[in-house]
Ligand binder design. Sequence first.
Ligand code: GLN
Length: 514
Amino acid sequence: MNKELVIVIDFGGQYNQLVARRVRECNVYCEIYSYKTDLDKIKAMNPRGIILTGGPDSCYAEGAATCSAELFSMGIPVLGLCYGAQMMMFVLGGKVEKAPVREYGKTEVMVDTGSPLFYNVSPATICWMSHNDYISETAPGFEIIAHTADCPVAAVQDQERELYAIQFHPEVLHTSEGSRMLHNFVRGICGCSGNWRMDSFVKESVDAIRRKVGNGKVLCALSGGVDSSVAAVLLSRAVGSQLTCVFVDHGLLRKNEGDEVEAVFGPDGNYDLNFIRVNAQKRFYEKLQGVEEPERKRKIIGEEFIRVFEEEAKKIGSVDFLVQGTIYPDVVESGLGGESAVIKSHHNVGGLPECVDFKEIIEPLRSLFKDEVRKVGLELGIPEYLVYRQPFPGPGLGIRIIGEVTAEKVKIVQDADAIYREEIANAGLDRSINQYFAALTNMRSVGVMGDERTYDYAIALRAVSTVDFMTAESAQIPYEVLQKVTSRIINEVGHVNRVLYDVTSKPPGTIEFE
Ligand code: GLN
């Protein structure tokens, strides 16, 4: 098969997957390898182009990540980004030093639009800089094709050898014409035709999974969330009845969610997943009796989940592979993202495996961002309402009920949340607000209804706008919508006599209300 492949070589930068993602957006298939990968292995893959990423090191320092000069003389176009650019210069005989002025953030860059790298780019363009070192002398054979006020060498090229290096980060959206530059590299300079699509991702994954699994048995924990649903359907497409999916209903799901998941993935649904639903509501409620501390609740729910899953797995017998819906942001946050620095540990990664005997984990979505996972989901024919589902925490409503969790409180928060979601959708806001839900406060207060005194709970409504879920603003929902939701909740949901809207941002709050 004559597949057009571009290889990204990872030197430990924070944006490496973004580089891969931007290349995929040019409809060119792309894989990431560590800088430690053997050059022969890379050559054997016959890539059309190679991109070197940024990285934390200084290329002139001892022990810095490096590559051999041979990489630049294989006749394959190479594009160095930031650290990758510095290293290309360093290895080929230029000079890199600590910059007199380091640059960070949006910076105006003057580019030579005659370069194939900057074809159709504005002569003065805003780019994202993040560097302490700079190229003080270019390597022999290179000409400067961009500069800034503080950085004399912001990009260089040797057209003959097809070597290009950029000091800034075209992969970051703050570089306003960065996608065009990467497009110019992969589609122009490397000559890729751009015939790769998300359906190719599905097809290639299916082939790869088949080769890996053979006749083996595969087990998947399905939560009904986007990632695990897409992973399960992809696996089912690859290995059909060799797959068994276990769906644990812990009684802390949104209203009707358990039935909805069963309707889509169960025996009457569209997929052949050997779907097993475990109705473990009672077990979870019992374990949660009297527990008020949110972190304890999370732990209890997590542990009980594993126990239930383990029991089911034992009934199925030995399995060879366990599927996980890990996606790229989970990988990065857990510090498993190749060469890049650890940010924080993550619940989705490494949670289940120890409890079940299996040979290997399959994580088919490991290289994708959330919106790419959604595209794959649509490609696989998963219904839109599932594909665009909001993020929902593993411990579910267990943490959206402040204080002790009881079946009665679950019902209250489910009903209130369903009304809230319905009205947000009626107002046409469901795609623009990134996350919104109702939580049940543990506060009861006096009210009056039908001339009678009430002493009931307050529901808190939360809605946030966020890009990356790391920081968030409280969403400015029109007052009429809030009033409508409030009156419906009070009229339709028992034991609620007050509705509050949470206007806290993150930080200092969190997105969840626990
Ligand atoms: N560590 C190098 C510098 O400080 C490269 C930084 C980067 O790749 N973002 O200049």
